[in-house]
Design a protein around this ligand. Sequence first.
Ligand SMILES: Cc1ncc(COP(=O)(O)O)c(C=O)c1O
Length: 393
Amino acid sequence: MSQSLISMKSKRLFPIKKNFIYLNHCGISPLYSGAVKAAISFIKCHNRYGMNVAEVYNDLLVRFHQAAGKLLQTQEENISFMKNTAEAMSMISQSFPFQEGDEIISFCHEYPSNHYPWILTASRKVKLILLGNVQPKHFPKESNVCGWSMEELEEKITPRTRMISLSHVQFTSGFTADLKRLSHLCKSYKNQRIFLIIDAAQSLGSLPLFPEAMGIDAIAASGWKWLMGPIGSGILYTSPSLRSHLGFFMAGPELMKQGDDYLNLKWLPHQDGRRFEYSTSSYELVAQLLSCIEEIFLPIGIENIYREIQSLQEVFLEHIDLKRYRHLNFSEENSSGIMSFVVDSDPTEIVQQAKKQGVFLSSRAGYLRVAPHFYNTQEEIIQSSKILNSLQI
Ligand SMILES: Cc1ncc(COP(=O)(O)O)c(C=O)c1O
């Protein structure tokens, strides 16, 4: 394990450790201490210097675009700061020039932020086609929500398919999509352009995700899960090719190239990712999310982070009672930061009992979700499995 990773496991950087063994990074992550510092610096500057804050933080969004661009291995012009995943998805669904009868393919159990934005396209008579749920045969029989199949997806593509919008990682089961295969499918369909849109709320900050290398047209993610950032922050990646098809959904001064020349009301929109940051963004939130990316994810490297998550998961699986906590055991390419378990009792009750004993977990769709992150230690993981094994429920 690298020195930078070891030094990141400290209580100073993650004081949540004083209160809990925190294994709920698929829910809301505790805010990284560096982000708290960045927020305080910004607020103090605003408080003491008023409008000068705009000058001091003049390059903040540029730095954010650069850092998020490095994280996703793309150019800064492809990045936009967003409030959340749903805002980013809505930007695409509302600004894409769908024609009556066009089709979008998604999954029947997507998180609402990757469902309702597509429902909005019904007013333009666009059809939302939902893939059904598929369970691997070896899964516990009580498991009910899992993922979709590439075979069904292939069958559902038609000459009217314009977009496929799926989560990289399913929030219920932790099922991870094979993005390379997905993008190959989109690119190889009879010379037809099918755009691949990915909800990365459950992967950005935990799994390697490189849209250009993987052939993805858009990525929408929130900042307060695996990125350890503030609530109300998010990232949108768009490829130049997708942007060249998009119109405008939201408009304001930040959309325009003339910047603060406010009496110049010509329509001169940015063509890069700034076109989605239509007006004043929350500098405080940008500064916080930037500190997470610059201080955690870029120095450690996302591959190292995922490797650490995997090794913590292995430790958990070695120590947990697997007869009582029945793991949805995906193959390596379909695994993620989320381990989901089928249990005999009510998983929400287990979450409550574990919390009383200092272990923070979550439950969704009848599963118990265990989601450690890079700053957890092996000792914490062993301790949490002992506590879970000893619960009398
Ligand atoms: C797959 C997925 N997408 C999106 C989100 C969050 O959406 P938003 O950023 O719009 O709040 C979640 C939160 O649990 C999620 O699991």
